[in-house]
Design a protein around this ligand. Structure first.
Ligand SMILES: NC(=O)c1ccc[n+]([C@@H]2O[C@H](COP(=O)([O-])OP(=O)(O)OC[C@H]3O[C@@H](n4cnc5c(N)ncnc54)[C@H](OP(=O)(O)O)[C@@H]3O)[C@@H](O)[C@H]2O)c1
Length: 336
């Protein structure tokens, strides 16, 4: 079968095409014929670290969906032909997060990801694909979708009358925007592009700010919300946005701390949290239970993920370059 491997010797792209044996499912495992895989910002960070030993030869990408192709003994949950997607953390099924789950993240340091024609995973690390979604759409869900749902809906309790701020128009941000619209919450979108803001308006964005033209976007946000601010903030920027997020949070609001788009390790002045009785919710993607709950929500609200562009299996380096360019609106997908 065909697969991609991270390989620091594969030139500037660091992605090597490989022909390898089709894996066989052992007891309790399922083999999936992957139909689509999607890229996340995390995959750019991983690619940039591909020179590190543990990543050499690793199959990249956490997110993929396809069809069950073979099952090992003792598998009763799935049958060949079932449409499934893999959960980001193979081992985080339910309950609170444990740091011991980290090595089981697909496409990370220690576990192969989804950019292969066939993958084998434990039967209990998969979710059924909602019927109204194609495999290309379902492949966008495991990281970006689950992160936004877990942070904003499960832990953030976002609902009718709330005001969400999303930063940019990438994968996580647009899932957040769609969830807000479905729940009857309003949304503020900041973006580098007026054209993307116009598209975000069509998805339910009601306050639109170009952060290139308006670097002090927190000031405009406060004016536009009559001094109230945002009840929920999807903090995606990190050091470059965190202080402005803190200045934008409403009384009793929640900052869902997710992103590193401007780097790692923000050192914000947290004093305003106390005066506003506001909270920070730290999120690393989510569990299989979060994924299952999100799929019910997607079905109930007939939500389709926003797909920016679908690349072929031969165009994987171009797909990475497209994500890195920041030109995308929503998700970048590879069809296998
Ligand atoms: N903690 C977790 O579990 C978790 C899970 C998923 C993602 N993440 C993180 O969340 C972030 C978003 O991930 P993603 O996969 O959705 O990324 P993505 O699809 O690549 O989105 C990138 C977009 O973010 C916007 N952006 C970039 N710099 C910005 C800035 N300074 N201010 C506001 N917006 C900015 C741009 O949108 P415009 O062109 O519209 O400006 C850009 O196109 C990343 O840092 C990722 O590592 C964390």
């Amino acid at each position: 079968m065909k697969a991609y491997h991270l390989n620091s010797h594969a030139g500037a792209g660091r992605l090597a095409r490989a022909d390898v044996n089709k894996p066989e499912p052992a007891s309790g495992e399922v083999r999936i014929r992957v139909e689509a895989a999607s890229l996340n910002y995390r995959d750019l960070i991983t690619l940039d670290r591909a020179g590190q030993n543990e990543l050499n030869g690793r199959v990249p990408l956490s997110d993929g969906a396809g069809v069950v192709d073979a099952i090992g003994s003792d598998v009763v949950k799935w049958r060949p032909g079932d449409r499934v997607a893999a959960s980001f953390f193979r081992d985080w099924i339910s309950g609170p997060f444990k740091s011991s789950y980290v090595p089981s993240s697909l496409g990370g340091n220690a576990t192969d990801g989804m950019l292969a024609e066939y993958v084998v995973l434990p039967a209990n690390a998969l979710v059924a694909v909602p019927q109204h979604l194609s495999s290309v759409e379902a492949a966008t869900l495991p990281c970006a979708g689950v992160t936004a749902f877990h942070g904003l809906v499960v832990r953030g309790g976002m609902g009718k009358g709330d005001m969400l701020l999303v930063q940019g128009t990438g994968g996580v941000a647009l899932f957040g925007l769609q969830f807000a619209a479905a729940l009857g919450a309003r949304a503020i979108v900041i973006s580098s592009s007026d054209e993307k803001l116009a598209r975000a308006k069509a998805l339910g964005g009601s306050i639109l700010i170009n952060y290139r033209d308006t670097p002090d976007w927190d000031v405009d946000l406060m004016k536009a919300t009559h001094g109230e601010g945002a009840s929920h903030i999807l903090e995606l920027g990190g050091p470059g946005t965190y202080d402005r997020s803190l200045r934008s949070v409403a009384s009793g609001g929640k900052i869902v701390q997710v992103g590193v788009l401007t780097g790692f390790g923000p050192k914000p002045d947290l004093s305003r949290l106390q005066w506003e009785n506001a909270d920070i919710i730290g999120v690393t993607v989510g569990s299989l239970d979060h994924f299952t709950a999100m799929n019910r929500f997607l079905t109930e609200h007939a939500i389709h993920p926003v797909i920016d562009r679908v690349f072929g299996f031969d165009e994987v380096p171009e797909a990475y370059a497209h994500l890195r360019s920041g030109a995308h609106f929503g998700k970048v997908v590879v069809r296998l």
